[in-house]
Design a binder for this molecule. Structure first.
Ligand code: DLL
Length: 435
């Protein structure tokens, strides 16, 4: 019989027991961090908090936050809580500005992380009979290594493809009967497009499921990928700072991602005041890692905007769920004083029958923001008749105005003219920052 859970003892643990377990682990973790991480000890001392003040997760709010700026400050070893010779791996963020964040792992850390990824694969229907094609990037990025480790733990035949070389991806997928695809949603969409171009129908592709994450994607994009590949598409979330993918994963209900609460405590805070918000309210997601030995972050501000829900899930898991992140506090563009999230633009495009191939360009000319959206026409709608193009552009701009409250200049461009991504897509070019 197909296994429903990878670690049922934790995935279906009664909520009260999860909280008890979290409290026990938190007390130990705070002590471990206070004793071994001078940087965080100083933050606690500044706030006047001692390890003894933390007796349960109800005391979590007393602890200071950690932010990306702290991680950069402490680069590279300042937050390390274990001797370096007990660490076996590093991974690093893909940040293009400033110092990268480097996270360290003991063998135990790697083990628990891979378990989290294995939970995601089993929740997507994976078993030892599956062939799992890992097309996330391998290397410093956590996507490849995380899902690779999880796939091994489940016992799938693992295809360590890394990202890119789409021709070869398709060849291995079809020749070796891959049943599960793991990559970014934008790369999954691109693989779907490439299959179509080669005249390969989704019916002739052996895939049954995909585990896609590492970047925001909308429900509409999910539908598109599911149709293009003939699969069920599952979301997976994580960040380098908390180990990588697998902090949260989607189940068959596809209504948010279960957070692996036996390893992470999630809070939602008001990003401006730092106040903890009640369940169901939208705010910034904050994680505390309960088990990580080498790089244990307490109250780490992710900058992801999100909502948590403890609504009962039909899959039987009791782990709290996070909604798809609705953007990042630092991804939100403020254009002419209005908040704009790239995901809103994507929603309009997919509703209007476009593919999520677009780029937002923002600039400032004579003290006024300019707001341009380049959108690829699909091959079916492609026309070089000026009047038709203008009318399509106007229609899209009107829909975006309704969604956002401000008017973009929409430019339809030829199919395939916006660069495809094999990893995380670049959706925004904000030239204002360069001034
Ligand atoms: O993206 C880890 C990962 C790899 C997750 C593979 C899922 C699959 P970073 O490069 O450190 O780590 O980026 C972390 O990516 O704070 C979110 O803003 C975003 N992100 C990750 N997963 C999702 C998702 C990996 N499912 C940052 N939906 C996070 C939306 C996501 N955003």
């Amino acid at each position: 019989m197909e296994k429903k859970y990878y670690q049922p003892e934790f995935e279906t643990m009664p909520v009260e027991d999860i909280k008890k377990l979290q409290s026990e682990k938190l007390v130990k973790q705070v002590k471990h961090v206070y004793e071994n991480v001078e940087y965080y000890r100083n933050l606690m001392d500044e706030k006047g908090v001692k390890p003894e003040d933390i007796q349960s997760i109800d005391d979590l709010h007393k602890l200071p936050f950690l932010s990306k700026a702290d991680l950069r400050d402490a680069y590279p070893y300042g937050l390390l809580a274990k001797p370096l010779n007990e660490c076996v791996r590093i991974h690093s963020t893909s940040g293009t500005t400033g110092r990268r964040v480097v996270a360290f792992y003991t063998q135990h850390d790697v083990d628990l992380w891979e378990d989290c990824c294995a939970r995601a694969i089993v929740a997507a229907g994976g078993t030892k009979d599956d062939v799992c094609q890992v097309a996330y990037g391998y290397g410093l990025f956590t996507g490849g290594a995380g899902l690779h480790g999880g796939s091994h733990k489940v016992g799938c035949l693992t295809l360590p493809m890394s990202s890119g070389n789409t021709e070869r991806q398709i060849q291995f997928m079809t020749d070796l009967n891959a049943t599960i695809l793991c990559c970014t949603p934008s790369y999954a969409a691109y693989i779907g497009e490439s299959l179509k171009e080669r005249g390969i129908s989704p019916k002739d592709v052996p895939l049954k499921a995909g585990i896609f994450g590492a970047e925001p994607w909308t429900e509409e994009m999910r539908k598109g990928i599911e149709e293009a590949l003939g699969i069920k598409a599952y979301d997976i979330y994580g960040l380098t700072e908390t180990s990588g993918p697998g902090v949260a994963f989607e189940c068959c209900e596809q209504t948010g991602m279960h957070i692996n609460e036996d390893h992470f405590v999630a809070e939602i805070i008001d990003p401006d005041t730092g106040e903890v918000l009640p369940e169901g309210e939208k705010g910034e997601l904050v994680f505390t890692s309960l088990d990580k030995e080498a790089f244990p972050l307490l109250r780490y501000r992710t900058r992801d905007i999100c909502v948590l829900s403890r609504k009962k899930c039909s899959c039987g898991r009791t782990l709290i769920k996070m909604a798809k992140p609705m953007g990042r506090t630092d991804d939100m563009l403020i254009i002419r004083g209005v908040n704009v999230f790239p995901s809103q633009i994507e929603t309009v495009l997919l509703n209007q029958g476009y593919q999520p191939n677009y780029q937002i360009v923002v600039d400032r000319v004579n003290n006024n923001d300019t707001f341009d959206v380049n959108v690829e026409m699909t091959p079916e709608m492609f026309t070089d008749k000026m009047s038709e193009v203008l009318s399509l552009e106007r229609k899209l701009a009107d829909e975006m105005k309704i969604m956002l409250g401000i008017n973009p200049k929409v430019h339809l461009v030829a199919p395939k003219s916006i660069q495809r991504s094999e990893g995380k897509a670049v959706r925004v070019v904000d030239k204002r920052k360069l001034i």
